[in-house]
Design a protein around this ligand. Structure first.
Ligand SMILES: *[C@@H]1O[C@H](CO)[C@@H](O)[C@H](O)[C@H]1NC(C)=O
Ligand SMILES: *[C@@H]1O[C@H](CO)[C@@H](O)[C@H](O)[C@H]1NC(C)=O
Ligand SMILES: *[C@@H]1O[C@H](CO)[C@@H](O)[C@H](O)[C@H]1NC(C)=O
Ligand SMILES: *[C@@H]1O[C@H](CO)[C@@H](O)[C@H](O)[C@H]1NC(C)=O
Length: 383
């Protein structure tokens, strides 16, 4: 046997072992249709979907679960990992929830590293619910998901939050379209908690509550190129409901807020719980007819949860740069900070928010807020 040949044979053998071990040999597509799924919206296809997921998740070489038509009715499903290789949930068709579904989630992905959810198809939660219904399911949920992507999805008519990320790291969300009626209650667009390294980009969110809500444990989150409205704007909080709630390292840029109730908001409860919001930068934000363009509310006190007073959550190092457009109310910059923990290091640079309509002008209102101002200032600043 020739020496060169045995080296190349050895290399091939090594590659083969590596490939079988790591599962990079070849990827495989699993079709929901091959699992007996029935379209039309009458038959529950949860079992078929779970079986297809299970096979795809076990496949070592990287896999894709394809949903290419529909509508497929599916009940609440929990799609769990860990999987043997990277996995893609590719929906170019449509999935619909049963009417009046109750529970914590409709479609949840949990314990997965290397997940992609994609395909430009729709996920229809069939909300809004009847007034006052309890136990409403989040439409799409990622929990304990890392190094993943959600891209090119249509999330529509959730009964409550459309997309929730909980305990996720290093995940990109892009080209998401969220739409629900502007008067559907509690229908947040994207809600994030206990997560690190999340980028939301190039998305359009129209719903009845916050377009993006950043709850405690949100760290290193970027929101870039998002159009929001109708809805309640980009929101941090509320914080202060439990001890040590914190949000930090937040970057919000190139945003359009159209006819929203709030624009850029930080909300903390007036309890005794300490907490922190720090290192937040908002830049290049356009607003059209927003009711409360820039608002800090540290006196938030929903009935029965606190005594009226001021919050102990510390807000510091929050920068507003190049924020412009129109306000529906006179108070365009409203910084109501805590008397017990005043806001500090607030920066206002190039703010130009005019009153929408012919008469009247915008004003600022501040309490316990300090920082620096630079450049254009409409309204006249009060820090
Ligand atoms: C995310 O990162 C944090 C620390 O940065 C770690 O404690 C946590 O376990 C990670 N989450 C997952 C799901 O891997
Ligand atoms: C923030 O998150 C992004 C996206 O996951 C990551 O690339 C970056 O390294 C993180 N930055 C820091 C300072 O943790
Ligand atoms: C943004 O989304 C549009 C349409 O949804 C797409 O054509 C474009 O390539 C996207 N851009 C980026 C940077 O993702
Ligand atoms: C703005 O929002 C209000 C309340 O949601 C709605 O009644 C109104 O039609 C909207 N206006 C525009 C121009 O979208």
């Amino acid at each position: 046997m020739n020496y060169r040949l045995s080296i190349s044979k050895f290399t091939v053998l090594l590659l083969l072992i590596f490939c079988l071990n790591k599962g990079y040999c070849h990827s495989r597509v699993f079709h929901l249709d091959d699992y007996g799924a029935v379209k039309g919206g009458k038959v529950d296809n949860s079992k078929a979907l779970l079986k297809a997921w299970d096979d795809a998740c076990k496949w070592k070489g990287g896999s894709r679960l394809d949903i290419s038509s529909g509508p497929y009715l599916v009940n609440a499903v929990l799609l769990v990992g860990p999987c043997k290789g990277p996995i893609e949930f590719h929906n170019t068709g449509s999935l619909i929830a049963p009417l009046g579904l109750r529970g914590q989630y409709w479609i949840e992905f949990r314990y997965i590293d290397g997940l992609t959810v994609s395909g430009s198809g729709s996920f229809d939660g069939r909300g809004p619910p009847k007034q006052g219904s309890p136990y409403l399911p989040t439409l799409l949920r990622f929990s304990f998901v890392t190094n993943s992507n959600a891209q090119d999805l249509k999330l529509i008519n959730s009964q409550t939050t459309h997309f929730n990320l909980f305990a996720c790291n290093n995940t990109k969300i892009s080209q998401i379209t969220i739409s629900s009626p502007g008067d559907s209650p509690n229908t947040d667009g994207i809600k994030i908690g206990e997560s690190n390294g999340i980028i939301i980009s190039n998305s359009t969110i129209a719903s009845g509550d916050d377009c993006v809500a950043l709850l405690t444990g949100s760290k290193n989150i970027s929101v870039i190129g998002v159009t929001c409205g109708p809805g309640h704007g980009i929101s941090i909080g509320s914080l202060g409901g439990s001890p040590n709630e914190h949000v930090e390292q937040i970057f919000v840029s190139n945003i359009k807020l159209l006819n929203t109730t709030n624009g850029l908001r930080i909300k903390t409860k007036a309890t005794n719980m300490v907490g922190m919001v720090t290192n937040v930068r908002y830049e290049n934000v356009f607003m059209d007819g927003v009711q409360n363009p820039i608002i800090f509310d540290q006196n938030y006190c929903p009935p029965k949860t606190c005594k009226q007073g001021s919050s102990r959550v510390q807000i510091s190092d929050v920068k507003f740069r190049n924020i412009y457009g129109t306000s529906k109310t006179n108070v365009a910059v409203n910084l109501q900070c805590s008397g017990r923990n005043p806001c500090n290091k607030i920066e206002l640079k190039d703010i130009e928010i005019k009153y929408q309509g012919l008469k009247g002008k915008t004003i600022s209102s501040c309490s316990h807020a300090s920082g620096e101002v630079y450049g254009i200032q409409v309204p006249k600043p009060c820090i």
